[in-house]
Design a protein around this ligand. Structure first.
Ligand code: NIG
Ligand code: FE
Length: 416
């Protein structure tokens, strides 16, 4: 990590402004520079190679005209699970809805049953390739939610697996406690009992053991009501956790409004957000978490009012929502592509949302932008322009990935 790498021959370099500049919402700058110096995990110099006067570097890499952006930040993902759910996927292609499958005991509870019976080592082994796939496609920071345990032991097991995975590979994992993903089978008839368990036992334990940075909840008709979510997230805040909400995904229940009221980091999905919800996000600064990969996978016919939100100054972010039930892709390039297709946003807006917006949705200020002092997380693209990033799909445009100033991926191969 103390090695210095000088990247030269950069054809174009696009980045949001540093987060301190709040007027720069959705603005992407093209830097007038062809070189960038990575030292001790940070970006320490940007400029023209002809002007470089620094100390001799450990390595110089000529990028031969390729493009550079900040590393992609996947702020919403469920990358730890015990088994895939292709049978449900097929049922859905034959017409069953996500909600119908869940009501029949499939969906999240299917994953819960399997995860409870799977050892930590097995969970680590099965999740690692997904993180590698994410990284090969340009993800440098990824959220990792629990939420397939739904008991104190199984949720801790998941969060410990996430901690171990964070150590075993380069992508920076940000853990989120999602014990309120569903009501577990043993509390199916006793919702109050599970809420009490969450509020009095699980949240304080997760916070005390520093196992998560934030607490999330699935606030949806038939799952956690707005009132229940308010109780759970208030307890999370009291225990020092940040909050976020799976909100207004299938019905306009009011989750986004609640997220704004509580000062949550983000309200995610929000296909059914109300006008009031949009105004509440604009006012509070809570990020609108856009998950077009899940929308595509579930054949959603309604999209969030993204253009209206942009016009009203809502901070939007893009993520994969990678999970075995509703978004079986850890590839942030798919989020860029589908975001542009579904929401009619520009390539610049999509990049901004997948870097600066995503960083904001995780409460991180040291990344999501290129500038001196930023974390040296970068993607080098086999693309002639930024516009090409969302234009291609189903091919990997990432030539190299740098995390903490280290080359971790080159041409689809992991180099560490
Ligand atoms: O973000 N909506 C709820 N949770 C996940 C799906 C989890 C699953 O189906 O396993 C989501 O889409
Ligand atoms: Fe999700």
């Amino acid at each position: 990590m103390n090695d210095s790498i000088l990247l030269t021959g950069i054809g174009w370099m696009a980045t949001p402004c540093p987060p301190s500049d709040r007027h720069a919402l959705y603005q992407v700058n093209f830097l007038d520079a062809d070189s960038i110096l990575l030292e001790s995990g940070k970006i320490t110099w940007i400029g023209k190679y002809a002007d470089f006067k620094g100390a001799p570097v450990s390595k110089r890499i000529d990028l031969e005209g390729r493009g550079v952006t900040p590393g992609l930040i996947d702020f919403h993902a469920h990358p730890v699970f015990a088994s895939t759910r292709e049978d449900e996927f097929e049922l859905r292609t034959r017409g069953a809805s996500y909600a119908e499958i869940a009501q029949a005991g499939g969906g999240i509870l299917n994953s819960v049953k399997k995860l409870r019976n799977t050892e930590e080592a097995q969970l680590i082994a099965s999740s690692l390739p997904y993180l590698q796939a994410a990284m090969i496609h340009g993800t440098t920071t990824m959220e990792a939610k629990s939420g397939y345990g739904l008991s104190p032991d199984a949720e801790v097991k998941m969060l410990e697996v996430i901690r171990e995975l964070d150590l075993q590979q380069p992508v920076d994992l940000i853990p989120t406690f999602l014990g309120a993903h569903e009501f577990p089978p043993e509390y199916r008839e006793d919702h109050e009992g599970y809420i009490n368990l969450l509020v009095n036992e699980m949240i304080p334990m997760v916070a005390a053991r520093n196992l998560a940075a934030a607490c999330d909840i699935f606030c949806e008709t038939g799952v956690f009501s707005v009132e229940e979510a308010r109780r759970v997230l208030t307890a999370a805040k009291e225990n020092g956790l940040q909050t976020k909400v799976h909100a207004d995904q299938l019905t306009p229940l009011g989750g986004a409004k609640l997220a704004a009221e509580l000062g949550s980091l983000s309200a995610d999905h929000i296909e059914f957000i109300t006008d009031e919800g949009v105004d509440a996000l604009a006012e509070s600064g809570t990020v609108a978490g856009l998950l077009p990969v899940a929308a595509h996978f579930l054949r959603m016919t309604q999209d969030p009012p993204v253009r209206t939100m942009i016009e009203k100054g809502v901070v939007c972010a893009l993520a994969t929502d990678f999970n075995p039930g509703s978004a079986m892709s850890p590839n942030m390039q798919m989020a860029l592509h589908l975001g542009v297709i579904r929401f009619r946003i520009t390539a610049e807006e999509a990049l901004w949302m997948a870097t600066a917006g995503s960083a904001r949705a995780l409460g991180l200020v040291d990344r999501g932008w290129i500038g001196e002092g930023a974390k040296a997380d970068l993607v080098v693209w086999n693309a002639k322009s930024l516009k090409q990033l969302p234009y291609y799909f189903g091919v990997n445009l990432a030539h190299q990935v740098y995390i903490n100033g280290q080359l971790v991926v080159e041409d689809n191969r992991i180099t560490v």
